[in-house]
Design a protein around this ligand. Structure first.
Ligand code: FE
Length: 184
């Protein structure tokens, strides 16, 4: 696959159809500027600032843009918050819709048929396979992403983190925590 991509790229550059500098800029953007660190900053801000949390739950797209994150595949983001009694899990049963500006590109398993099917049929079982046995009394809510709406899970803030600043809090937030396949 890598060779085929390289061959296609060489041909398109040779024919003047794409600009190599533009390609490099795109790759740099997705490798260094877009990724789950962005979402982690959003979560850390929500944990630290109750007014921001309220804005995030009311309109995540606008609240996320406050931190400078916006763009394709993130035009309509909905934030869903884990609580002691509710756990949220995100899937795209149709394909692989995912909130790129805050989480970057989706992991391979997120796009796989087994995840897409089983997240809906047996979300608790899927989360267990990722290493977390949710207590029986916790309700699991599954959110099916679409081309229009993408979801971001706000994980529960870990105990004992009261003294941490936002940067230290953000370092605790994982990609899978923001998809809902893991706790923090
Ligand atoms: Fe999709």
């Amino acid at each position: 696959m890598a060779l085929r991509v390289k061959a296609l790229e060489s041909l398109m550059v040779e024919k003047g159809l794409v600009d190599p500098a533009a390609l490099d800029a795109l790759v740099d953007h997705f490798e260094h500027k877009v990724g789950p660190r962005n979402g982690a900053r959003v979560v850390a801000r929500a944990w630290s600032d109750p007014a921001y949390r309220t804005r995030l739950l009311a309109d995540a797209t606008v609240a996320i843009a406050e931190l400078g994150y916006a763009g394709g595949q993130g035009e309509h983001v909905v934030a869903v918050e884990n609580t002691p009694s509710v756990h949220n899990l995100v899937v795209c049963t149709l394909c692989s819709c995912y909130p790129w500006p805050v989480l970057g590109l989706p992991p391979v398993w997120y796009k796989s048929a087994p995840y897409r099917a089983r997240a809906v049929i047996d979300p608790r079982g899927v989360i267990a396979e990722f290493g977390t046995d949710l207590p029986e009394d916790v309700e699991v809510r599954v959110w099916d992403s679409t081309a229009e709406i993408r979801y971001l899970v706000i994980p529960r803030r870990p105990a004992g983190t009261e003294g941490l600043d936002e940067a230290a809090l953000a370092a605790l937030v994982t990609r899978d925590g923001m998809i809902g396949t893991a706790l923090l």
